[in-house]
Ligand binder design. Structure first.
Ligand code: ADP
Ligand code: MG
Ligand code: ZN
Length: 613
């Protein structure tokens, strides 16, 4: 932890060194520099110089004769010699040659000159060297100058540098519409000022990670063709204590000079957290100061000038309410996960940058990637391109895309994984169990793929189901169907091997979460009716929940969740027991092929049904 005085230390240090160096120079170096060169000569040489008429001035000083002689060059030369006490006629000789008698020969430079040379010059020298040193150090330390405290290192992006426009952002039409107004305002602030309309000072982009919030902010700058100041929340809270607030001040000063412009604060939650989390440590003062400064700046500047503040976060729930007050980030722009149309559009945008086979069906990929973010979709296209290269294709094939979807969802295939035949058999039955329960229930999403090739994510196999059309509502029947399907894997193990394995742990987790949500949030249990027993605290990241009920109720919730899962498990058991022959048949087929498609699965399922008739 750094403390306030620390940052001063280098400056004091530096001053001390300069003073010591200057003293040393003054004592040892300058005196000799300032002293004129004085040549010592013998007395007879002195006499002959007088004879030749070259001596112009003499003086008696410190038991020595000092004199100046013109030696032909432009500058007078200084000499000295000893005194010869018996030479009585010296005065006459000197008078005869018109030599001037002086009180002293000025071998020292003038006091002004000496002040200049011994003090001002070194001072200037050190200032320059110091500056240069500071600058190089600063650059190495990442751009925050300790002397000029508070120059921010907000990067300035101009249109050509972000290079992004709304065309790069697929889907997100509502967000784009909301931002278009801001772009228009930046193009022509006067139009708004004429009517007296004030645009919101700030807009907050909220949504899960990877949905294109940063991309949208850059696109706004690109569309408006104005300077774009971008800084990430974490950059404020760095290096020196007290720097964050200074940076905010400086950022807004720069922005006001460059208006109209955009200030973009990415991941604002790092500085914008609620301020009440005091605790034992007394909270994070540094962060609070930064936040206070930000609030003050937002209130301080004139909204009509054309500075628009954009911010992005995926934790809107933890933001300080003061930030969301009118006059600050009062406009909230949701940037949600893309729906089917959005996913297709995003895939198309990113497909433009790669070479695709002509027969590619992107909509199939869009359908198979429900819940994927824009960043994940971009990643899927890139993974497909990488796979195409690996496979020696010249363009991306549909198979590359399909494999890439699985890679992004479940990780890479673990080709080298050694799994015993016995365990492979269990995994095959487990997966067919899921698929069969799904297929035998009405309204389940169709099975599209079953595989028992293990993945790097730890999945030993999986069953892929893809909804035919996008759903936004989950009915109670849907939920119960999903639960039965989730328990189907374990149920198949029970029925066939009469033992159970740890392979169902992921299914169990998912089933528990779904059943719990049905009870506590969806109001789908008879016992509690429409009572919210849990609230979601972290909507966009993982969806943490916090319990909002008594301990007694919590116990009842657990019992209810238990009952729901048990009921689903029973349903799965009924379905599989009634279709044991198909379970065996399909499991054997999967064991042989390792991966089967939805069509193959349905074909075997239907064939069997007809034979039985
Ligand atoms: P966020 O800031 O919301 O976490 P980003 O803006 O950093 O997400 O998005 C990461 C990447 O994902 C982008 O650079 C882009 O390639 C891709 N991406 C996300 N959303 C979209 C979208 N709507 N259209 C096109 N690409 C997108
Ligand atoms: Mg971002
Ligand atoms: Zn399973």
């Amino acid at each position: 932890m750094r403390e306030q005085p620390d940052q001063r230390k280098p400056i004091l240090y530096y001053c001390g060194i300069v003073i010591i160096l200057m003293l040393l120079l003054n004592i040892f170096v300058f005196p000799s520099l300032l002293q004129a060169q004085v040549t010592e000569v013998t007395y007879d040489q002195f006499l002959s110089l007088v004879e030749e008429g070259k001596v112009t001035e003499v003086a008696y000083q410190d038991n020595q004769i000092q004199f100046i002689a013109a030696d032909g060059s432009s500058r007078p030369a200084f000499y000295k010699t000893g005194v010869w006490p018996w030479d009585d006629g010296l005065t006459d000789k000197l008078l005869a040659k018109n030599v001037t008698f002086a009180a002293a020969i000025p071998t020292q430079a003038s006091p002004l000159m000496s002040l200049l040379i011994s003090f001002v010059l070194p001072m200037l020298f050190f200032v320059f060297v110091g500056r240069w040193l500071m600058n190089t150090m600063t650059k190495r330390m990442g751009g925050t100058n300790a002397l000029t405290l508070g120059k921010s290192n907000a990067k300035i992006y101009i249109e050509s540098q972000t290079g992004k426009t709304f065309a790069d952002v697929a889907g997100q039409d509502e967000a784009k519409e909301a931002l278009t107004e801001i772009v228009d305002f930046l193009h022509d602030p006067g139009k708004y000022a004429d009517i007296g309309a004030k645009l919101p000072k700030g807009a907050l982009l909220v949504g899960p990670p990877g949905t294109g919030k940063t991309l949208l902010a850059k696109a706004v700058a690109g569309e408006a063709k104005v300077p774009f100041f971008s800084i990430s929340g974490s950059e404020f809270v760095e290096m020196f204590v007290g720097m964050g607030a200074a940076k905010v001040r400086d950022l807004f000063k720069q922005a006001e000079e460059k208006a109209p412009c955009i200030v973009f604060i990415d991941e604002i939650d790092t500085i914008g957290k609620k301020r009440d989390n005091g605790g034992i440590s007394g909270g994070n003062d540094e962060r609070e100061q930064t936040l206070n400064q930000l609030l003050a700046e937002m209130d301080g500047f004139d909204g009509k000038k054309g500075v628009v503040i954009l911010a992005a976060t995926n934790r809107p729930d933890i933001l300080d309410p003061a930030l969301l007050r009118p006059g600050r980030f009062d406009r909230r722009i949701p940037v949600e996960l893309p729906d089917l149309q959005g996913r297709l559009a995003i895939l198309k945008v990113h497909a433009k940058n790669v070479k695709m086979d002509s027969g590619i069906d992107l909509s199939a990929i869009a359908r198979a990637t429900s819940g994927a973010s824009g960043a994940e979709l971009a990643n899927i296209i890139n993974e497909a391109a990488l796979r195409a290269v690996r496979m020696g294709h010249h363009t991306i094939h549909q198979s590359d895309l399909e494999e890439s979807v699985e890679t992004v969802i479940a990780g890479y295939q673990r080709k080298g994984a050694v799994i015993s035949d016995k365990e492979k058999k269990i995994i095959a039955y487990h997966e067919i169990g899921h698929a069969l329960v799904a297929a035998k229930q009405k309204h389940s999403a169709p099975v599209t793929k079953i595989t028992i090739i293990p993945r790097t994510s730890g999945a030993l196999g999986y069953t892929m189901q893809v909804e035919e059309d996008e759903r936004v509502l989950l009915s109670r029947e849907d939920a119960m169907n999903q639960l039965a399907t989730l328990t189907g894997g374990r149920t198949a193990e029970e029925l066939v091997f009469h033992s159970i394995t740890s392979g169902a742990s992921n299914d169990i987790e998912k089933a528990t979460r779904l059943a719990r949500a049905m009870v506590t949030r969806y109001g789908m249990s008879d016992q509690f009716d429409m009572v919210a027993l849990e609230t979601v605290t972290n909507q966009y990241l993982g969806g943490d929940t916090s319990l909002a009920c008594s301990a007694d109720t919590a116990t009842k919730i657990d019992a209810e969740v238990n009952a729901i899962v048990k009921q689903a498990h029973d349903t799965a058991r009924d379905i599989l027991s009634a279709n044991m022959d198909k379970l065996h048949e399909l499991a054997a087929y999967l064991l042989e092929k390792e991966t089967i498609t939805g069509e193959e699965f349905m074909k075997i399922l239907d064939e069997k049904a007809e034979e039985n008739k």
